[in-house]
Design a protein around this ligand. Structure first.
Ligand code: TXA
Ligand code: MG
Length: 335
């Protein structure tokens, strides 16, 4: 077993991270969305270590992180004009764009696809570490595959202690859910995974389509454009259910369930915290920040059943809903 060091972000730890990464090691780094498990995106062996540490399926491609626009052209065949305009508006930030990939990107990184997902994070630590490396970093969320994504360095430590040499602690992630993933289709934007850059924001630039797999369960035989959308995700050990009831009706329903069942936990939007109830935030921004952390907390509390109030699906709420649907294995209770 490796010794996993956990260091706060500063110049010194950024240098250490870059050294490990140059040697083909993996390092967990903060980003504004969730913590990432980074390796040199152009080094096959390094990238393989990511898949191994996470227990990630080989066919699930990674996002390649850059720190300047100069790093983009070598990774891709072409940059559509629309992508340039979106980059200008949303990079650095929680937007990932999919391009036709160049030969510089190994197949391991792209999960065997001929496309590559690229994002420029806003987070200072992430940017600084990429810059020091001088090469792009492939980085999926730094959790064990299937578990909720990590929004604190402690979450990463819980999942990957003994499996990676270094975690850089940059504090709590501001956004809390992973980046918006989009691809381009004849001048239109298709959202494969909703995030903090919302459909509403993107529609200022082009027509936006939200991919069905983002908000519905795929049927047998249907394939996902974004391979990650087909896997079970974000799950605590407890059984999660979305409850379509609000305010007092939600409280009444959950209270009733808790009378006849053990270890019920209820996450309400702006609910008063007492008994079985925890507040997951009265707006989408707060919900996004807290969701993954609360799903992990549910496990710590030994919850068997977690009932979550159906979130508002507009704006960033769609990202919260998308993650919740997967955590709940698409189970929605109509009250
Ligand atoms: O915010 C984020 O994006 C975080 C931080 C660390 O940057 N990263 C992240 O990576 O969420 P990951 O690997 O957990 O999720 C990447 C998603 C997956 O659903 C994957 O299938 C999809 O992006 N993806 C990656 N490359 C793709 C491609 N070429 N085509 C379609 N989907 C792709
Ligand atoms: Mg992930």
């Amino acid at each position: 077993m490796l010794e996993t060091r956990l260091l706060p972000f500063d110049r010194d730890s950024a240098n250490q991270a870059a050294e490990f990464l140059k040697y083909g090691e993996v390092v967990a780094i903060p980003t504004e969305t969730v913590y990432g498990l980074a390796a040199n995106a152009l080094n096959e062996n390094a990238v393989r270590k990511i898949f191994k540490a996470k227990g990630r399926p080989q066919d699930n491609p990674l996002i390649v992180h850059i720190s300047s626009m100069k790093m983009l052209p070598p990774l891709v065949r072409e940059v559509p004009e629309l992508a340039n305009r979106l980059a200008e508006q949303f990079w650095g930030g929680p937007l990932t764009m999919i391009f036709a990939k160049s030969n510089a990107v190994p197949n391991v990184t792209s999960g065997g696809l001929n496309t590559v997902a690229v994002r420029m994070p806003a987070n200072e630590a992430a940017r600084e570490i990429i810059k020091k490396c001088g090469f792009p970093l492939a980085a999926p969320s730094a959790n064990i595959s299937g578990k909720p994504s990590p929004t604190t360095a402690r979450h990463v430590f819980e999942d990957l202690n003994g499996k990676i040499p270094l975690i850089i602690d940059g504090g709590d992630c501001e956004v809390g859910v992973e980046s918006t993933v989009i691809c381009f289709e004849r001048g239109k934007i298709r959202i494969l995974r909703p995030g903090a850059v919302t459909a509403e924001m993107l529609s200022e630039f082009a027509e936006v389509i939200v991919d069905k797999a983002a908000v519905e369960e795929l049927r047998k035989g249907e394939s996902a454009l974004s391979p990650g959308m087909k896997y079970k995700h974000y799950s605590p050990k407890a059984d999660v259910y979305i409850v379509n009831a609000h305010g007092e009706e939600f409280v009444r329903y959950c209270t009733k369930r808790a009378r006849t069942e053990n270890n019920v936990l209820a996450l309400g939007a702006g609910v008063a915290e007492n008994g079985i109830f925890l507040d997951y935030g009265e707006n989408a921004q707060l919900q996004a920040q807290r969701l993954f952390s609360l799903l992990r907390k549910a496990d710590e509390l030994g919850a068997k059943t977690v009932l979550v109030e159906l979130p508002d699906r507009s704006g960033m709420g769609l990202a919260v809903y998308n993650r919740l649907l997967r955590a709940a294995a698409f189970r929605v209770i109509e009250v």
